[in-house]
Design a protein around this ligand. Structure first.
Ligand code: ADP
Length: 194
């Protein structure tokens, strides 16, 4: 199975991504995690990524594409992928489509997790206590939600126009969100159990 998760910060992409990977046998590829790992490296690339993440700004498309491509190529050959946090801009969506075409694969669905902004903010503030993430602070959270609305939001109509958008209410307990996604995906060809 090949999916991408489209969602604002705090909607539960990471949690659902892991569950969907375990369920489908596809690999969970989390852009934020791969970038955070790269940000640990003390070199110009690592420092650039760390600075963007701490501000809540997006890392440049080229860096993201360079970091993500090897993982996508590898996963495409081993049961597929659940992309979590990539693509996040229209240029990244075009790059992801080009890569899939080069690999001879297509996307089964773009799962869009939505929840009211007040719910997202509260979840992120609650998580801030234990996450230790440089971007889980009130002002940075506000900025991340703004960046999402301006830059990633346009991907919702982009995938809808391509007929693969699956919109799910993320303002429910995690198990209910998982069940809703699985029920919707079960109707698609290539889903587990088909
Ligand atoms: P969240 O969705 O909660 O903000 P992520 O771990 O997905 O958490 O992303 C954290 C940060 O990593 C983003 O604010 C951004 O700086 C960087 N990042 C993640 N994915 C991308 C991407 N596809 N393009 C650019 N930057 C990204």
């Amino acid at each position: 199975m090949r999916l991408l998760l489209l969602a604002p910060p705090g909607a539960g992409k990471g949690t659902q991504g892991e569950r969907l990977a375990a369920w489908s046998g596809a690999r969970h590829i989390a852009a934020g995690d791969l970038l955070r790992a790269q940000a640990q490296v003390d070199d110009p690339l690592g420092r650039e990524i760390a600075a963007c993440q701490a501000r809540g700004d997006l890392v440049s498309d080229q860096i993201v594409i360079d970091v993500l491509t090897p993982a996508v190529v590898e996963a495409a050959a081993h049961g597929g992928y659940i992309l979590d946090g990539f693509p996040r801009t229209l240029p990244q969506a075009h790059a992801a489509a080009d890569l899939a075409a080069r690999l001879g694969v297509t996307l089964d669905a773009a799962v869009y997790l939505h929840a009211p902004e007040a719910v997202l903010t509260q979840r992120l503030l609650d998580r801030a206590h234990q996450s230790g993430r440089s971007d889980d602070k009130a002002d940075v959270i506000r900025h991340r939600l703004q960046v999402y609305a301006e830059t990633t939001g346009p991907l919702v109509p982009y995938y809808d126009e391509r007929g693969i958008l699956v919109a799910v209410d993320a303002d429910q307990p995690p198990d209910s969100v998982t069940a809703d996604i699985q029920a919707r995906l079960a109707r698609l060809a290539g889903a587990p159990g088909r």
